[in-house]
Design a protein. Structure first.
Length: 449
């Protein structure tokens, strides 16, 4: 290779370093170019949840909508009065705040790839030991401990290909102080057997994905826009003045006016500028000089912010108006609310209810709950409100009234259909008939007096 080729190759490499992507077939690392992390870890997700308002609103609003009310654990699906077993479960779950703890685990699973529910049982065994049977019925369940992904990690895996649990965790490690800045009073750390752990995620494994991960880059972009805007305003307000000396200025006279030597003029100006910036009642001595400020022209951030905000809202399947609380029209907000209810209903059906039933099955296997065909009764998020139901019933009655005026006498909606619209049972034959007022009935007249 001659000297000219060596020089050309060196120049090409130097240009590639200075201007990445300038030459054909050059590969970009957009994450590095735009300041995004190559790997989104739990620590990054947790920090974003704690310090970014949009990330926190996304998680909290989703969890609050999914858990806007608490379910009831029923012995069978068909309608019936509350049984003694159901009453005991309701009271024990209320004492242990079971539904609140499970809702907390669900919220934590949205931040990380998964969360954990650790069961503390009255079986006189350590957390690291498997569970056989737990005596005492419902009293055998002592506590439910929600755990972040960063607190609950897999210690060992089942590597036996002939095992029924091949590829699943055989032991977890729990350290309560791993998440959060204040570790005081949170000193629980132990190994825990999988029998005592319910993994809360989309697929029930530790391989889930965070709800914030798809829109993490957009959250970073929003932080940059907000931070740059705030920094720009700060610099405009607090920028140091720039002094320009006029061509006919005499440095000796300036030094004499300041009471310093000519060599100390720069230090005297710095001291004077520092004092001037400390308050509004300070003055600058400008003899033969002119003071200007380097103002920063800030672009309008709405256009840059809107795109990132819409991308993040789309990544969590939440309407932007619900995420930010902006309502610009009754029709638009009603449609957004209906769509959001359907989204949260899907989250409840696909992730929350299977995790709850795994919890119920675990209690049943331990003997804490009796063996039943357990059913989870939970109000439908997409169901109309009582006001909307009454409005529909009123419209049905109005249609019947207009139909009766036509002379055909045809009834469009029966009374049972109208009652069903507002969630009422049809009237029985006895209830449908008016009560006779026996006091108003005259006795039969047998004859004249």
């Amino acid at each position: 290779m001659n000297a000219l080729a060596l020089l050309a190759n060196a120049a090409s490499r130097r240009m590639s370093t200075m201007f990445p992507g300038y030459f054909k077939e050059a590969k970009h690392n957009h994450y590095r170019d735009f300041g995004w992390p190559n790997e989104v870890t739990f620590d990054l997700l947790y920090a974003m949840y704690c310090r970014n308002g949009l990330a926190r609103a996304a998680v909290k609003k989703t969890a609050r909508k999914v858990w806007q009310d608490h379910p009831f654990l029923m012995e069978r699906e068909e309608a019936h009065k509350e049984t003694a077993v159901e009453s005991d479960i309701r009271q024990r779950f209320a004492d242990l705040r079971v539904w609140q703890r499970l809702a907390e685990a669900d919220r934590r699973s949205m931040v990380g790839g998964y969360a954990g529910v650790i069961l503390r049982l009255a079986d006189d065994k350590r957390f690291a030991e498997p569970v056989d049977r737990v005596g005492g019925g419902l009293d055998g369940l002592v506590e439910i401990i929600p755990a972040w992904e960063g607190q609950l990690k897999v210690s060992t895996w089942d590597t036996d290909e002939t095992s029924d649990t091949y590829g699943q965790p055989t032991m977890f490690s729990f350290n309560e102080a791993e998440v959060g800045n204040d570790a005081q009073g949170r000193n629980r750390a132990f190994e825990v057997h999988p029998d005592r752990v319910i993994v809360w995620s989309e697929d029930g494994t530790v391989h889930g994905r965070s709800m914030l991960e798809p829109g993490f880059n957009d959250l970073l972009t929003l932080e940059k826009i907000t931070g740059a805007g705030g920094e720009g305003f700060w610099k405009n307000a607090k920028s140091a003045p720039v002094f320009s000396i006029e061509k006919d200025a005499q440095l000796s006279q300036m030094a004499q006016a300041m009471g310093v030597d000519v060599s100390e003029i720069a230090d005297a100006l710095n001291t004077q500028t520092e004092n001037w910036q400390k308050g509004f009642d300070q003055s600058l001595m400008l003899q033969g000089m002119k003071a200007d400020t380097l103002a920063i022209t800030l672009p309008i951030p709405e256009h840059f912010r809107a795109g990132a905000l819409e991308n993040f809202a789309a990544s969590i399947e939440m309407p932007k108006k619900i995420l930010t609380g902006m309502q610009t029209g009754e029709r638009a907000s009603t449609e957004d609310a209906d769509e959001w209810s359907q989204t949260c209903m899907g989250i409840r059906s696909d992730r929350v209810i299977p995790a709850i039933m795994e919890f119920v099955n675990r209690l049943e296997r331990f003997g804490i709950l009796p063996e039943r065909d357990w059913f989870l009764q939970w109000a439908d998020l997409t169901e109309a409100s009582i006001g909307e139901k009454i409005d529909r019933a009123d419209k049905m009655a109005s249609i019947n009234e207009r139909a009766s005026r036509t002379g055909s006498g045809e009834i469009v909606f029966t009374s049972d259909e109208i009652r069903e619209t507002v969630g009422k049972e049809p009237l029985s034959d006895a209830d449908a008939l008016p009560d006779d007022d026996e006091a108003d009935l005259d006795p039969p007249d047998d004859g004249e007096e």
